[in-house]
Design a protein around this ligand. Structure first.
Ligand code: GLA
Length: 374
């Protein structure tokens, strides 16, 4: 059992004075390439990271306990603005599917940084969904659980996010990236053996917190939909570069990013299949430029990290996730990690930015269930 899963089990025992029936845990993610393409019906390429949310579940309740917030909250039927919205939203989405999930209590523990773009919300949703599925023997597929989690996020929490994060948390595999076709919802494992290439994923959390609901995320989504409707296509996935001449202003810029980003994802997958990390990295930089100049979701901190990575000769770097703050990633030789970190720390300080936090990741395992014998 992972340490975080032990913490959830321990929290359950302390709070409810019983043994839990089982434990589920689900990871956060980084997206390697393919940003703001999911809700446009396009392609994304995330991988799971080794930070997770674990949940211990057993009969009783309904009661929700968080070891991190050290508080118990009831299951709610409407958004209250706390961590309990996520499990409550998942319960509601499962009930709306016609499943009876009454009579359970849960304790959560997690180490996915909150609000920084590593998908802590998808991790708590995915862990809850998988735990409920196993505990009540619902037999819902992982893909369907991911769709239920997205529904919880969209309808209950009120963030109009795409499917990427929940899919990544539930379906990723260790040592693999996950190519998701966000229209058909087909997902394909793509080997990402960074270790044998001496590479790592360095994540720089700029500590500029982004709350999705308060940022331009929904606005970007709306402009994308407008651009698709101007072009007479269902989603921007269906547009090609020459079509874009018919757009202007913001609609053109946003659509340009989405259309070229979809192409970059597919090319990046081809590059991975050839073990061509040089090309893969170039596509990451191109993706960042597109997000900075056309989708306009970068920040000075994220740009600085990417600029310093490029100057240091690192194969690839880009912002990851929704943007407007949060994290950037670099695909980097293990031996260069410390050097880039110290350069970034120094230049961030000189520019008056907050001190960033770094994580080094390898593609990790997706959500898992641990059955306990009571
Ligand atoms: C957030 C959303 C995802 C996706 C990314 C941007 O992480 O939750 O659905 O849209 O932003 O690629």
């Amino acid at each position: 059992m992972r340490q975080i899963e032990q913490r959830a089990a321990q929290a359950y025992r302390e709070q409810f004075h019983e043994e839990p029936a089982l434990i589920a845990s689900a990871p956060g993610r980084v997206n390697l390439i393919g940003e703001h393409t999911d809700y446009n019906g396009g392609f994304v390429l995330p991988c799971a990271v080794s930070r997770r949310v674990a949940v211990a579940i057993g009969p009783g309740g309904p009661k929700l306990y968080s070891a991190d917030f050290q508080e118990e909250r009831p299951l709610t039927t409407e958004k209250k603005g706390s961590w309990a919205d996520y499990p409550s939203g998942v319960v509601r989405a499962i009930q709306e599917r016609g499943c009876d999930v009454r009579g359970f209590q849960v304790a959560f523990a997690g180490d996915v940084p909150l609000g920084s773009g590593l998908s802590s919300s998808a991790a708590i949703e995915a862990a809850t969904a998988l735990a409920l599925d196993a505990f009540f023997h619902l037999d819902i597929s992982r893909k369907d659980l991911a769709v239920l989690c997205q529904r919880a996020e969209n309808v209950f929490v009120g963030v109009n996010s795409g499917i990427m994060d929940q899919y990544a948390s539930l379906l990723c595999k260790e040592g693999m990236a996950l190519l998701i076709d966000c229209r058909s919802l087909e997902a394909e494992q793509v080997p990402l053996d960074l270790a044998s290439a001496g590479l790592r994923l360095l994540v720089c959390d700029t500590q500029v917190s982004r709350k999705l609901g308060n940022t331009g995320y929904n606005a970007r989504r709306q402009t994308s939909e407008q651009a698709a409707s101007t072009l007479g296509v269902k989603k921007l996935r269906d547009a090609r570069v020459p079509d874009l001449d018919r757009l202007s202003g913001e609609e053109f810029q946003r659509a340009w990013h989405v259309v070229t980003e979809n192409d970059r994802v597919l090319e990046a997958v081809e590059a991975l299949r050839r073990h061509d990390f040089t090309r893969f990295g170039q596509l990451m930089y191109a993706s960042h430029r597109s997000m900075r100049d056309d989708y306009e979701i970068s920040t000075p901190e994220l740009d600085t990290f990417v600029e310093l990575a490029a100057k240091s000769g690192v194969p690839g770097a880009r912002l990851t996730g929704a943007g407007f703050g949060g994290c950037a990633i670099a695909l980097i030789e293990q031996a260069d990690v410390e050097g880039l970190k110290s350069t970034v720390l120094q230049i961030f300080a000189e520019r008056g930015f907050k001190e960033p936090v770094f994580y080094v990741f390898q593609p990790a395992e997706g959500a898992e269930i641990i059955q306990l014998t009571r």
